[in-house]
Design a binder for this molecule. Structure first.
Ligand code: CS2
Length: 471
């Protein structure tokens, strides 16, 4: 039996405890368009939206957009865009069928349909998971990188857009021409100040060719900052096969995740949004402390585990964290980050750190070190640099942040495939001896600010840590 609308009722009576959509899918209008419909979105924002519709109804169907590849659409279309969300903690497991996704469009094949979807009058919210590199921002200056290929393409011609910003401006121009309401654009990527960054990128982009549109966007749209959290490994073919063996139906696109989930959203909306705050998300006035805590604790230690794990031959985070050297280093890195942010009292930092280690230990998740090791040039500036800056401003050298850079460098100089938009530049770190490699890396202005690059104590500490790793 294959998962689809017609088999939903049969699933309800197949003996396994599977949670099904409780609203009438056929009558739901799309209220959200999501750009970047990968595993993370389907386990996070779509899951909160599903919970909101299960409890309160509402027209919050999601149109998912894949920017380039058709794989997600092709897997989901034959199953009426239904998919299973499996939450796993060691031996326990729970399966829920998510119905919130109405359809998936592929931007490279159906650009006009994507623009019309974004401009639809029923759509009030646009969410994005386009990864750190999808915003076209220069990490060091925080301004739009007009030389990035897709951005340059979209700024220079009126043909089919290629970039997220290109699609958004075309759609928002239609909304403006049609006198529609503005929308709330919610970045769900692991960037500090993600909403503000999206706003800067989009306004700068729109201003190049259409100043009036930029003014309209600024006046009518909102860009709340958010902190998103849920560990969602990429689904593998083996996991898909095992899934149909475990359940009595086949699903070509299940998602596997942990029970934990967190979503903190700045209360800053252009119009209606789903009642996510009634189903577990938090609407707050200031997301900054949550965001800093998460990026500098969870994500920073994830990068450290991933690079050390790759160097030590561990495949998954759960395996790597069992290694005492890695575990101790992660705990020390968390402690080093701790003074750099202030969490609300409702969010005690000790509990947070302890819970994170337990989440990393979850044996049921096959979260590959290599997956997290991707895009280091985009991730390190968010996760490690603020910690180093905080410490050097107080005349101290953060040893474990330096260890993270050393581990990254070790990874870059190893035989692992480097999957990164700056891969060509990063390859230069392979030249010369270790000290030269460190100098080359720290001199990359797209990644490291001068305050760090020119600080002799940092380069020295990275070298000491590299020796400790026997690089
Ligand atoms: C990870 C994140 O791949 C990565 O870089 O650190 O995707 C992490 O799993 C999520 O941010 C958890 O919320």
């Amino acid at each position: 039996m294959k998962l689809c609308n017609d088999t939903l009722t049969a699933l309800a009576s197949n003996g396994r405890d599977i949670v099904l959509p409780e609203y009438d899918r056929a009558s739901i209008q799309p209220g959200i368009v999501h750009l970047g419909v990968g595993a993370f979105h389907r386990a996070h924002q779509a899951w909160y939206t599903e919970a909101a519709m299960n409890r309160f109804g509402g027209n919050w169907g999601i149109i998912g957009v894949s920017l380039r590849r058709p794989a997600m659409r092709d897997a989901l279309a034959p199953q009426d865009n239904l998919y299973s969300l499996v939450t796993r903690r060691d031996a326990s497991e729970r399966c829920q069928i998510i119905g919130a996704l109405n359809k998936v469009l592929v931007a490279s094949e159906q650009p006009d349909a994507v623009i019309e979807a974004l401009a639809a009058p029923t759509v009030h919210v646009i969410t994005l998971t386009v990864t750190e590199k999808g915003y076209g921002l220069d990490a060091a200056s925080g301004t739009l990188n007009i030389n990035q290929d897709d951005i340059a393409h979209d700024l220079n011609n009126n043909g089919t857009p290629q970039s997220t910003l290109g699609f958004l401006t075309r759609a928002l121009a239609l909304r403006q021409q049609r006198n529609l309401l503005g929308v709330t654009l919610i970045s769900c990527d692991n960037l500090s100040d993600n909403g503000r960054k999206l706003r800067i990128a989009l306004l700068q982009f729109a201003r190049v060719n259409n100043r009036l549109l930029a003014d309209w966007i600024d006046q009518h749209c909102r860009f709340p900052n958010t902190m998103v959290d849920r560990i969602v490994p990429a689904t593998t073919d083996t996991a898909i096969e095992k899934f149909s063996g475990n359940y009595s139906f086949a699903d070509g696109a299940p998602v596997f995740t942990e029970p934990f989930s967190q979503w903190v959203i700045e209360r800053n909306f252009a119009g209606p949004v789903p009642p996510w705050d009634k189903v577990g998300a938090q609407f707050v006035d200031d997301v900054t402390p949550f965001e800093a805590a998460k990026l500098r604790t969870l994500n920073a230690s994830h990068s450290l585990v991933a690079y050390l794990g790759c160097l030590e031959g561990h495949t998954s985070v759960a395996q790597a964290i069992k290694d005492n050297f890695i575990r101790d280093a992660v705990i020390a890195l968390m402690r080093e980050a701790e003074p750099t942010f202030t969490l609300p009292e409702s969010f005690p930092v000790d509990d947070y750190q302890r819970a994170l280690i337990e989440r990393f230990e979850n044996q049921a998740l096959e979260h590959r070190c290599e997956q997290i090791a991707m895009d280091g040039s985009q991730k390190i500036p968010q996760r490690i640099i603020p910690v180093i800056e905080w410490h050097i401003a107080r005349d101290s050298i953060p040893r474990y942040a330096c260890l993270t850079i050393a581990a990254w460098l070790g990874f870059l100089r190893s035989d692992h495939t480097v999957n990164d938009p700056l891969a060509d530049t990063l390859r230069k770190t392979k030249n010369g001896n270790l000290a030269e490699g460190i100098k080359t890396l720290l001199a990359m202005r797209d990644i490291f600010p001068a305050t760090i690059a020119d600080h002799p104590g940092i380069a020295d500490q990275v070298l000491r840590e590299s020796h400790r790793l026997s690089l």
